[in-house]
Design a protein around this ligand. Structure first.
Ligand code: IMP
Length: 417
């Protein structure tokens, strides 16, 4: 009997706390797979006092019984990936990289940073890692697939030729062409380390599904950063939603099992772009302080605000969410009043969906009484009544159940309903 792959996706603007849930779930799956994004994502895990920073390697790496697949939908920087691998012993037999994933090279990061600088106050606020330019090359059909690093001479020739053809453009951006010999040596070193992990992961996915293995698909970033369904152009360059898992791993919609959507009990966003429920006042500052809302990958302070039920309904529908994991409830502890954005106002009209442009929408709030303390609570019934009412009201508003509630960063401080 075949199996279905369970899926975890972010429902907001990333940083929802997927790491805690994925790490927890990765303990009980045979395979953990990444399908989109690159090393712009990131979370830190502490095990037995040792800290691990994961950006692209799936979280199953910390479960010695699990195998890890990096799918074709990912953009992979060999240099950064190798650095990440150094945290672990030999991963042969536990790590598989799609030969169709796209290669992100240092010049992609230079282009990303140059473009952001040229945009001035219209900058997206990217992580500067080269994600957009690498996906751009893929879609423009002059990208390079990971399988190509197995022939370093040929790949070097192609990159040198590409730079020669686009010289005026790169000159204008101040991006230098890589030196041929240096580039060749670099790609040869990538082949040496990564070569043995590169394989046809699409065939592998079909095979493990047919064999009935348990499979967890680990999303990166969040729905509102999706290239099609997010707040374009202030988005990342990949399909972060459920459907992206099919594209990014070569499986079909019928292969997907349970979808768990991760959301914080409030909202954050890093980088620029619309954020209707942002609180630029003292309460936003308090959420940032109490929630330690600073980026894992870039260290940037995150913009903070209230739970946005309109954007959440949009995310629940797009992703086909079966249950929501509500993270960081304890960050709201001690607030007198907790607000939820329940509708938007556009040109004096109240709307209940995410419009084409979120730039000028005004949030309409409903207010809930706060509570003293939820931190560390592990049983739903032990929560203060006001916190229970808050969660039940959210369920009503977003039309799906909150099956998991997190009340501290600790793995055990989790309510499973
Ligand atoms: P890029 O993915 O580096 O191109 O950045 C595009 C936008 O996505 C920026 O607003 C980034 O801050 C945001 N972004 C990318 N990765 C993450 C993430 O892992 N968490 C939160 N925001 C992210």
């Amino acid at each position: 009997m075949g199996s279905k792959a369970d899926l975890i996706v972010g429902l907001q603007w990333g940083d929802e706390g997927k790491g805690k849930i994925v790490d927890h779930m990765a303990q009980s799956y045979d395979y953990v797979c990444r399908f989109a994004g690159g090393h712009n994502a990131g979370h830190t895990i502490v095990i037995d006092g040792r800290k691990y920073a994961l950006h692209l390697i799936p979280s199953g790496v910390l479960n010695l019984k699990a195998k890890n697949i990096v799918g074709n939908g990912v953009v992979l920087s060999p240099k950064d990936f190798i650095k990440e691998m150094m945290q672990f012993d030999d991963l042969e037999g536990r790590l598989f990289l799609s030969d169709k994933a796209h290669v992100l090279l240092p010049y992609h990061a230079h282009i990303d940073q140059a473009r952001e600088q040229m945009k001035g106050d219209k900058a997206i606020g990217t992580t500067g890692k080269g994600i957009g330019p690498a996906y751009g090359d893929k879609v423009a059909r002059h990208g390079h697939r990971l399988g190509e690093i197995l022939d370093p001479e040929k790949l070097t020739e192609k990159i040198v030729e590409y730079f020669a053809l686009n010289k005026p453009l790169f000159n204008a951006m101040g991006v230098a062409a890589p030196e041929k010999e240096v580039l060749l040596a670099e790609i040869q070193s990538y082949k040496e380390v990564l070569g043995k992990y590169i394989t046809d992961t699409t065939q592998m996915m079909w095979h493990i599904l047919d064999e009935g293995k348990t499979i967890l698909l680990e999303g990166a970033q969040g729905t509102m950063l999706d290239i099609d369904h997010g707040t374009y152009p202030y988005v990342t360059s990949s399909s972060t939603v459920s459907a992206g898992a099919c594209i990014g791993l070569g499986i079909n919609p019928k292969d997907i099992g349970k979808v768990t959507g991760i959301a914080k009990a409030y909202c954050t966003r890093v980088g620029n772009g619309p954020f209707p429920s942002e609180d630029k006042g003292q309460e936003g500052d308090l959420l940032r302080k109490n929630g330690h809302e600073f980026g894992t990958t870039t260290g940037r302070p995150r913009r903070c605000g209230w739970f946005d039920a309109v954007a959440m309904r949009h995310a629940v529908r797009i992703n086909g969410v079966d249950q929501v994991a509500l993270m960081k409830l304890d960050v709201l502890d001690g607030l007198k009043e907790v607000k939820v954005c329940v509708a938007y106002e556009v040109d004096g009209k109240e709307i209940h969906y995410v419009p084409y442009d979120l730039e000028d929408v005004k949030p309409l709030y409903r207010s809930f009484p706060g509570w003293e303390k939820t931190e560390g609570i592990r049983v739903f019934d032990d929560l203060p009544d006001t916190a229970k009412s808050y969660i039940e009201a959210l369920e009503e508003m977003i039309g799906t159940e909150v099956g998991i509630i997190s009340t501290s960063p600790e793995r055990e401080d989790t309510i499973i309903r």
